[in-house]
Structures are given as C-alpha cells and as structure tokens.
Design a protein. Structure first.
Length: 276
C-alpha cells in the first residue's frame, strides 16, 4: 500500500469501517511511513477534540417520566380489536363531547409543551456560548497542529531574526494587516523570527519566541473592532494555550512551556505593545 491509497482509506480506518485485512494493511503502512503516521495521529486528535467539544445534555428524570406516563396513557386509551374489521360492537359507542383545545388538553402534554418551550429559551440563550466554546476547541487543535509542524519540519520562521525592525516590515508586506512585533529578550523571551500561517480560514502572522530550550508560537490576526476578550487558558495534548484579544487583534500563544511561563510571556508582551 502506498501513501495515496492510505490517505484515501484513512477516514474509514479511523471510523472502524474497513475489513480486518485492509485495516492490517494500513497499520503495517503506518508503522513503515512516518509521514502517514503523523497524519493519522493529527487526524485522530482532531476527531477526539471535536467529540469532546460537542455538548451533550441528558433529559431530566422528571421530563422522561412525564413523557413515558403520557405514552402509557395514550396506549391504554386505544380500543382493543377482538374481531374482524367488519365486526360491529354490541353496544353503541358514546360520541365524545366537543371540547375546546385548551381545556381538553391533557395536563401532561401541557407540562411537556412548557418544558419544551423552557428548553428552547435556555438553548437560545446558551447556544452562542456553546458554539463559541466548540469553535475555540477546534481552533485549539489547529493551533497545536501548526505549532508541531513548525518544529518537526524545521520551519519555525520565514524570516529568522531577533530584530523586530526586520521581522515586522517583512510581515507587513505579506499580510493585509500590521501585527505588533516586540523583542522580549530582556524579559527572558528572545524573538526568533516570524512566518506566515493559515488559521481560522485566513492568513495569520506567527511570531516565534524562545524560552530557554522551548519555543512559543504567537499567532496574531485582526479581531472584531472594539471586542476585547478576557484571557482564556487551556491545556491540550500536553501543550499550553493562552488566548486573549485587544480591540485590534486576536492572540493565541502555544507552547510546551509551563503555564506560569506562558502567563508571564503574555503579560510582558502586553506591557511592551501598550507602549507602541
């Protein structure tokens, strides 16, 4: 099996849809091909991240009991057929009296309708937050993948320089925005360089800083005007991520440094950029 065939079958292999012989063939190829093995692990991490980010809600026991009670009552009220289709009843069936819609409705169904309306109101309120949370989780997976690629492919920077006056003009000429670039050597985070990347469906700036033997990728792209966001920290797949936004830009810092070092980096970066 070659790489092209393995790539075509990768989705089916990850979903467990292939026959045992084909699965064993792919497994053998993954052991022999580091490139496909990395792609397999990255794809698998993405699937797990999406699964973890998808919200799941269990119905309250009271709501389930109401539904089951209503169904039992509905089934119990159905007439039992003891004869053929043309068998006539010995006793005439009393015609139901006309009822208004409101007062003829079962209280169980009214309670169920009220529960559905309440759930809709709650969902309408929380859905934007849940969607944002899921989007952040998906983006975090992309950021980690980009960070790892930059280390594995030895492609940390397109412009390698510790001089911010070299890195910034290069990025300004390649992008439709001017990202802030500062040197934090005196604070223990020397600038290594910068490169172009592609995240969240748009080109972004990736600023590379160093902390002892570790690298920090700081991804920068324009934010919504005037929409500063509080700092959000997360740990995923052994990496630390830190997200914040000011009225002009979105920032995501990714590294395998400890959380305190990444927080210090963020504070020093904000301090320096506020002076520009």
């Amino acid at each position: 099996m070659n790489c092209e065939e393995a790539t075509k079958l990768m989705d089916g292999y990850l979903d467990g849809e292939l026959d045992p012989i084909t699965s064993q063939t792919i497994e053998q190829h993954l052991r022999e091909c580091p490139k496909c093995d990395r792609a397999y692990k990255t794809h698998g991490s993405l699937i797990r991240a999406l699964g973890n980010a998808t919200p799941y809600y269990k119905a309250p026991a009271e709501l389930r009991e109401r539904i089951q009670s209503s169904l039992r009552k509905e089934i119990g009220e159905r007439p039992t057929r003891n004869g053929g289709q043309n068998t006539r009843s010995l006793f005439p069936r009393k015609q139901p009296e006309p009822r208004t819609i409101l007062f003829g409705t079962s209280w169980n169904w009214l309670a169920l309708a009220a529960a559905i309306v309440l759930a809709a109101i709650i969902g309408w309120t929380l859905l934007p937050r849940l969607q944002r949370s899921g989007a952040d989780q998906f983006l975090a997976t992309q950021l980690i993948a980009s960070h790892v690629r930059s280390l594995m492919a030895n492609h940390l920077s397109d412009v390698a320089s510790s001089d911010q006056h070299t890195v910034k003009p290069w990025l300004d000429a390649k992008l439709d925005f001017a990202p802030p670039v500062v040197d934090l050597s005196s604070e223990g985070f020397p600038l290594v360089g910068g490169r172009l990347d592609y995240l969240d469906n748009r080109p972004v700036a990736a600023l590379v800083y160093q902390r002892r033997k570790h690298f920090i990728n700081l991804f920068v792209w324009p934010g919504e005007t005037g929409s500063a966001r509080p700092t959000m920290a997360m740990s995923h797949q052994g990496y630390q991520l830190l997200h914040w936004a000011d009225p002009d830009f979105n920032y995501w810092a990714v590294s395998d440094v400890n959380a305190n070092d990444l927080q210090t980096f963020k504070q020093q970066f904000e301090l320096q950029t506020s002076h520009h």
